[in-house]
Design a protein around this ligand. Structure first.
Ligand code: AMP
Length: 397
């Protein structure tokens, strides 16, 4: 069985073709500058990289180009589209409308349109990608895999904001979380690596990348997560503020002459590591600047790790114990000093990092960076959201 995984952005579209028998990626690539002059497709298959310079006026053009590449004589990996059994689409937000992976039909797409406002930067782009696939491959079964699904098991007292309950009921304003596909994958991999059933484990998963979120996973189910109604909440991120007193936003908007909408753009794009450091949103740049003596870069990194540590501590309490901490995504997989700053100093709670093991290279495998004496295992696990999307799609068929 072969599953095509699609992750559509507003002007880009990433794809992977995965053979489910081996769970190997047989082709992958990215269409860039959809609807913008200078469109191109980078396609990796058969051990080579192919670049196609071609304008793509729409996502439909992009999907058509991807399919042409997949069956191409040189760059292709399948002889015809018939070899694609189904398509799995990544969708950021589901609201309360969908709590699990869902097969696409007209009714589902109508609901998708209705909930698009929950993730205005992401869901409309996913809808473009889904509609394009339905147009180009009308006969294919398609599944929607939601980033929020894994968090659907949070109890009401964890996902509710303390607002008027009637307003929650009416407007569905609550915590939904994000990166659920990644949290789900690494929690499952941790259990597999430790030779335990997911039901036996209490895990804190730290997805640390440009966007970062931390989840508490009890017996394989998410019971709390750091992101909120949108991915703005939680720890400070590359360009996002993370948690902040809303009254401070109102104050800032008035002082800076911003509307609320402009204030939200400011909080999403100009804050976090970038805002504090004045250097960069990228942790490699921040680390280099800190090492060169830049105070604000050091401060940004300290604020990030302190916030992550507080979430880890609070989730230990929420879980009532802890068996494992997982680090994943760009920063979690690649940055020992960040892992050490977050999970170090927790010896009183049974977490002991082994500095030598923590210096492991990211070689695509799982590393246990805890000391032999550590009661809690600390794992670095490369995430694989596309594989989860493919698995969920295959399971639904
Ligand atoms: P992501 O959003 O998961 O792609 O993560 C992006 C973040 O991970 C950026 O802040 C990068 O600085 C960091 N990152 C990605 N790759 C590496 C690497 N090889 N070494 C250090 N940091 C990395």
């Amino acid at each position: 069985m072969k599953i095509l995984v699609i992750n559509a952005g507003s002007s880009s579209l990433k794809y992977q073709l995965i053979a489910m028998e081996t769970e190997q990626v047989i082709a992958k690539g990215t269409c860039e500058r959809i609807g913008i002059p200078g469109g191109n497709l980078t396609h990796k298959a058969n051990g080579k990289t192919f670049v196609v310079e071609q304008e793509m006026a729409s996502h439909t053009d992009a999907i058509s180009l991807v399919l042409a590449e997949l069956v191409d004589k040189e760059a292709g990996v399948i002889s015809s589209m018939d070899e694609i059994d189904a398509v799995g689409h990544r969708v950021v937000a589901s609201g309360e409308a969908f709590t699990k992976t869902t097969l696409v039909d007209d009714e589902v797409m109508k609901t998708m349109d209705e909930i698009a406002e929950l993730a205005p930067l992401h869901n409309p782009a996913a809808i473009l990608g889904i509609n394009a696939c339905r147009e180009v491959m009308p006969e294919k079964k398609m599944a929607l895999v939601f980033d929020t699904s894994f968090h659907a098991t949070m109890p009401d007292y964890a996902y509710l904001y303390a607002i008027d309950y009637d307003d929650y009921k009416k407007y569905k304003v609550r915590k939904y979380g994000a990166h659920g596909t990644s949290h789900k994958y690494v929690a499952g991999e941790a259990a597999r690596y430790l030779g335990k059933k997911p039901e036996e484990l209490k895990i804190i998963t730290c997805h640390l990348g440009n966007g970062s979120s931390i989840s508490a996973v009890d017996g394989g189910k998410c019971i709390d997560t750091s992101m909120g109604f949108t991915p703005l909440a939680g720890v400070p991120m590359g360009t996002r503020s993370g948690d902040i007193d809303v009254a401070a936003i109102d104050f800032l908007c008035k002082k800076k002459g911003m509307t609320m909408e402009e204030g939200l753009v400011y909080l999403n794009k100009q804050c976090g590591m970038k805002g504090i450091s004045g250097v960069s949103s990228d942790f490699r740049d921040l680390t280099a600047a800190r090492d060169a003596g830049n105070y604000r870069a050091a401060l940004a990194l300290k604020m990030f790790t302190y916030s992550c540590k507080r979430y880890v501590g609070s989730y230990m309490a929420a879980l009532g114990g802890l068996d494992c901490i997982v680090f994943t995504a760009g920063i979690g997989e690649n940055t020992p000093h960040i892992r050490k700053a977050i999970a170090g100093g927790l010896e009183a709670f049974g977490v002991v990092i082994d500095d030598e093991k923590n210096n492991c290279k990211n070689d695509g495998t799982i590393h246990d960076i805890a000391a032999d004496t550590s009661r809690v295992r600390v794992l670095v696990i490369p995430t694989n959201e596309e594989l989860v999307i493919a698995r969920e799609t295959a399971a639904l068929l």
